[in-house]
Design a protein around this ligand. Structure first.
Ligand code: SF4
Ligand code: SF4
Length: 363
């Protein structure tokens, strides 16, 4: 079971696209965290992942440390090796915290939206002042401790103009594992969509150059779509396990099928709570609905196996139905598959050694 503790509705930042808005000083108690671990472990057989999310989870540092120790103890009783992850905006990171996270073998994702021009379009402090330097400072500390970690940037209609220069900046700073998360929930106009395509094409060429210069990088939309080309699509194990082997718990103890749906815990997508267990009716609905989107055009689309139209939380936010996707997802998936296929084709035809090693296991 993947358990995500949404430990706080609070955050030092005020990103305009934040799904946890308005900020509230509502925090998880240690008792709720422990009860969540017990509940999730009672549904775990041989795997257990504990993720800390929010809001900004590092605001709840004491709870994070105690909940981690508790989960370790409980996992050891069941002989399950735990995996720990945290997603942070980096502004509260310091050497001591990073050292502890490293010692505890946490996987870390730091959110930075590229260079300062791109980042400060949406990712500022609540008074509108820049958070870029503080986030980069945090990410640099992580870089000193971790050989590999993920850097997450959100692509929005407001910052898409600066996307290429933002990614170029991150690579120059030595951040070589970059996830570009689209903001599907904003309105995108035609010009912004065209720009998005142009920027992604430039990033595709940048990716090729990095491989040619023997400094390969990972950029989520390119790597993932090349893999779906090689595997003929997503496998069941690649998809999220929305509510089935994956659950998120709000400070209230309410359970959601995905951390992205917790928001302000208003109750719309609750599938149970840690005190009374899962809502059986909701779980049956989820179980019956797990699969690809059922839009008519998807059923006949040759790209369907490689398309992420199965992301239920995106579908719910866009259409209200977990199995019905929306045009912006379709746009993104077609664009990313086309660019990734171009990039993969170029590097494959050159038999680029780093490319062949990563995707074909050839050295
Ligand atoms: S850092 Fe994350 S939680 Fe904080 S405001 Fe930005 S998106 Fe929201
Ligand atoms: S690319 Fe578009 S039409 Fe094809 S499966 Fe994906 S969302 Fe459906």
């Amino acid at each position: 079971m993947d358990l995500c503790l949404f430990v706080t509705h609070n955050c030092p930042l005020g990103c305009s696209y934040c799904y946890s808005t308005p900020k509230m000083d509502v925090n998880m108690t240690l008792e709720t965290a422990k009860k969540s671990v017990d509940f999730a472990l009672s549904h775990s057989h041989d795997e257990f992942q504990l993720s800390f999310f929010g809001g900004e989870p590092l605001l709840m540092w004491d709870l994070m440390q105690k909940a981690t120790a508790y989960a370790r103890e409980k996992c050891s009783e069941k002989s399950i090796p735990p995996v720990f992850t945290v997603t942070t905006n980096g502004v509260l990171l310091d050497e001591e915290k990073c050292k502890w996270l490293k010692d505890q073998e946490f996987h870390i994702a730091v959110s930075i939206d590229g260079n300062d021009r791109m980042h400060d379009c949406c990712r500022t402090y609540p008074d509108g002042s820049s958070s870029h330097d503080d986030s980069v400072r945090g990410a640099k500390i992580v870089q000193a401790y971790y050989e590999k970690f993920e850097l997450v940037s959100v692509v929005t209609p407001e910052n898409v103009n600066y996307l290429y220069e933002g990614v170029e900046y991150l690579i120059k700073e030595g951040f070589t594992d970059i996830t570009l998360n689209p903001d599907f929930y904003s309105e995108w106009n035609e010009a912004q969509l065209d720009n998005w395509t142009e920027q992604f094409k430039l990033i595709g060429n940048l990716y090729i150059d990095c491989f040619r210069n023997n400094s390969p990088v990972r950029i989520s939309f390119i790597d993932s779509k090349i893999i779906t080309h090689l595997k003929n699509g997503y496998e069941q194990c690649d998809k999220c396990r929305f509510g089935l082997d994956e659950m998120a718990v709000a400070p209230s103890g309410n359970i959601y099928p995905c951390e992205r749906l917790v928001g302000n815990d208003t109750g719309e997508h609750i599938i149970g709570d840690i005190y009374n267990g899962f809502d059986v009716q909701r779980m049956v609905e989820i179980k019956n609905g797990n699969g690809f989107a059922s839009n008519e055009e998807c059923l006949e689309c040759e790209l369907a196996p490689r398309c992420m139209n199965w992301c239920h939380c995106v579908n719910i936010a866009l259409t209200g139905d977990m199995n019905t996707t929306d045009g912006i997802v379709c746009f993104h998936e077609k664009m990313t598959i086309e660019i990734a296929d171009y990039v993969g084709g170029v590097l494959f035809s050159e038999k680029n050694p780093a490319f062949m090693a990563r995707f074909y296991g050839l050295r």
